[in-house]
Write a protein that binds this ligand. Structure first.
Ligand SMILES: NC(=O)c1ccc[n+]([C@@H]2O[C@H](COP(=O)([O-])OP(=O)(O)OC[C@H]3O[C@@H](n4cnc5c(N)ncnc54)[C@H](OP(=O)(O)O)[C@@H]3O)[C@@H](O)[C@H]2O)c1
Length: 216
């Protein structure tokens, strides 16, 4: 990301943090240091998905998913909110079209993304008056490592060219951020133009009882 940004003449400061470790967020804030006063846009993108039936999920596993997909965005938003209010900044939540189509094996993930939607909507009601805009994006299947491993679980051939491209999602986010301040894009649903590979029902391979999608 830093290399790509540099090509466009933008300097960036990458900070690596494991968002499953909430204690590490203190260290992240310390590393951010004086840069905190320059934060104007906060994008919550990191998440994990796992294909598991409810009866096979342990409370610990569900808790770990909620930590990354929900609690980390909550805490980061909380920590950076004073600065975002001061800068009349913008907060972007990369959610998922799964909120409209939870299916067998995706309950944990869908629950975490529903909670993220609730957080974003409630937050918007609190911070709009301070000039902060909150945008939720609900992509369908997108050609990323997550989708590559999901295809394996579903026993499909991975055809990235039939899916949404990460650049498509990035492009709608940038456009929403650039909207003049008279308006606010609150929710963006975006799906691949070709729907044949993007039906929402996830039918796990019967040989795969439980599988992390993307990075465990
Ligand atoms: N791909 C899809 O079809 C799809 C559809 C709808 C919504 N989404 C959403 O889009 C977002 C990006 O997903 P993706 O498709 O790019 O998934 P991915 O290929 O599995 O990538 C996951 C992203 O989350 C980061 N991440 C994972 N665990 C982390 C941790 N413990 N601490 C910090 N960062 C961590 C990864 O960082 P590193 O690269 O550093 O490992 C990576 O940037 C997610 O919110 C996902 O729910 C994806």
């Amino acid at each position: 990301v830093a290399r790509s940004a540099r090509q466009y003449g933008v300097e960036s400061v990458p900070i690596v943090v494991d968002l499953r470790n909430l204690d590490a967020l203190d260290s992240f804030m310390r590393q951010l240091g004086p840069l905190e006063s320059r934060v104007t846009v906060l994008v919550h993108n990191a998440a994990v998905m796992r294909v598991t039936r409810v009866e096979d999920v342990s409370v610990e596993e569900f808790g770990a998913m909620l930590t990354l997909n929900l609690l980390a965005p909550f805490i980061l938003t909380q920590r950076l909110l004073p600065q975002l209010c001061a800068s009349k900044g913008q907060i972007v939540f990369i959610n998922s079209s799964i909120v409209n189509h939870p299916s067998e094996g995706t309950t944990e993930y869908a629950a975490s993304k529903h909670a993220l939607k609730g957080f974003a909507d409630g937050l918007r009601a609190e911070v709009n008056a301070s000039g902060v805009r909150v945008i939720s994006v609900y992509p369908g299947r997108t050609a990323t490592p997550l989708q590559a491993s999901l295809s394996k679980i579903e026993g499909r051939i991975y055809l990235p060219e039939t899916l949404l491209q990460p650049e498509d999602v990035a492009s709608v986010v940038v456009n929403a951020l650039l909207l003049p301040r008279t308006g606010e894009v609150t929710d963006i649903m975006i799906r691949a133009a070709s729907k044949s590979m993007t039906q929402h029902s996830i039918i796990p391979d019967p040989n795969v009882l439980e599988a992390f999608v993307g990075k465990p």
